[in-house]
Design a protein around this ligand. Structure first.
Ligand SMILES: NC(=O)c1ccc[n+]([C@@H]2O[C@H](COP(=O)([O-])OP(=O)(O)OC[C@H]3O[C@@H](n4cnc5c(N)ncnc54)[C@H](O)[C@@H]3O)[C@@H](O)[C@H]2O)c1
Length: 292
């Protein structure tokens, strides 16, 4: 199957990045969201990412901030999916939202379309059936797209094995390193490891063992890392982090979810909102003196 057209559902943090990378890789891309302000945010974010990539010398000179104009943005579901060879879904990490979206798009997508979800901790098998075509459905999970380039390909028990090599090839064309899982696992590989780190950091903060800055500092200095667990949560988005952590039943996760909720209630959603644990665009952990 020759993939040409990619439809992105959800113009947030990740949908934006996947869409931009897909367009840079030569695919025709349509980005769909239910909110105009999300589409506006997506366009502005793409321009910012392009200027970062330029500064880092990771992008061709002739691709400038006007490039996202080649990407179509729409609030119309029919238009979004009309020619889609692949749907990459990055809507809010909430089971009911995912179910609703897949009922909607399963009913209107062309026969040829491969369905993929970018869910971080849910399993595709929890909502693939809603699409009415679970054999065409597979988790295709990105991390940060530009700097963290693993893409997990995680079939569920009804996934047609024939779509795995298509997604593997697509992953490579999107400049990712595809990793195929043998079975479903919440959090794939990397996120399972990451959640253990974030959980330990949250527990230290909840127990008031140290400030979030010192917890980050300990990790950054010893492992030569550009950010620590709380910086990571800011970059993921505290709302996405809250969705994941609040679904975990243990006492420490629930206590940390309650703390995160106080940030969300103040509009502190992390880097994308300009404030989370740190303030952006110049968070203190990026200053040289932070790790002195
Ligand atoms: N943030 C990360 O670092 C990260 C990494 C990998 C995977 N993911 C996964 O990607 C998905 C999106 O995460 P995000 O951080 O981009 O979230 P986000 O909150 O930044 O964006 C979600 C978008 O979905 C839109 N949306 C909500 N309901 C919708 C609907 N019915 N139809 C269409 N759009 C709808 C929202 O308007 C919003 O723009 C989640 O499943 C998350 O687990 C996130």
């Amino acid at each position: 199957m020759d993939i040409k057209n990619i439809c992105i559902l959800g113009a947030g943090n990740l949908g934006t990045r996947i869409a931009l990378q897909a367009a840079l890789s030569g695919f025709d891309v349509v980005v769909y969201d239910i909110e105009q302000k999300a589409l506006d945010f997506s366009l502005t974010t793409m321009q910012k990412i392009l200027s970062h990539l330029h500064r880092a010398g990771q992008i061709r000179e002739d691709i400038d901030a006007s490039f996202p104009a080649k990407i179509r943005f729409t609030l119309d579901p029919q238009e979004a999916v009309r020619d889609a060879d692949v749907i990459s879904e990055s809507v809010t990490e909430d089971l009911e939202v995912k179910k609703k979206v897949w009922r909607q798009f399963g009913a209107i997508a062309p026969e040829k379309t491969i369905f993929t979800t970018n869910t971080s901790y849910l399993l595709a098998s929890m909502f693939a059936e809603e699409s009415g075509r679970q054999e065409k459905f597979c988790a295709f999970h990105f991390h940060d797209v530009f700097y963290s380039r693993v893409v997990d390909i995680m079939p569920h028990s009804d996934t047609d094995p024939g779509i795995i090599p298509i997604l593997e090839d697509l992953g490579r064309k999107l400049n990712q390193v595809p990793i195929i899982l043998k079975k479903e696992n919440p959090g794939y590989l990397f996120n399972t490891l990451l959640l253990a780190l974030l959980g330990a950091a949250a527990k230290l903060l909840n127990r008031e063992v140290a400030s979030f800055q010192d917890i980050d500092r300990a990790w950054m200095v010893n492992f030569h890392m550009p950010m620590g667990p709380f910086g990571i949560m800011d970059s993921v988005g505290l709302d996405t982090a809250w969705h994941i952590i609040s679904a975990l039943p243990d006492r420490h996760s629930q206590a940390f979810a309650a703390l995160l909720k106080t940030y969300l209630d103040k509009g502190k959603l992390g880097e994308k909102a300009g404030e989370g644990f740190y303030s952006y665009p110049n968070p203190e952990f990026k200053k040289p003196e932070f790790i002195m």
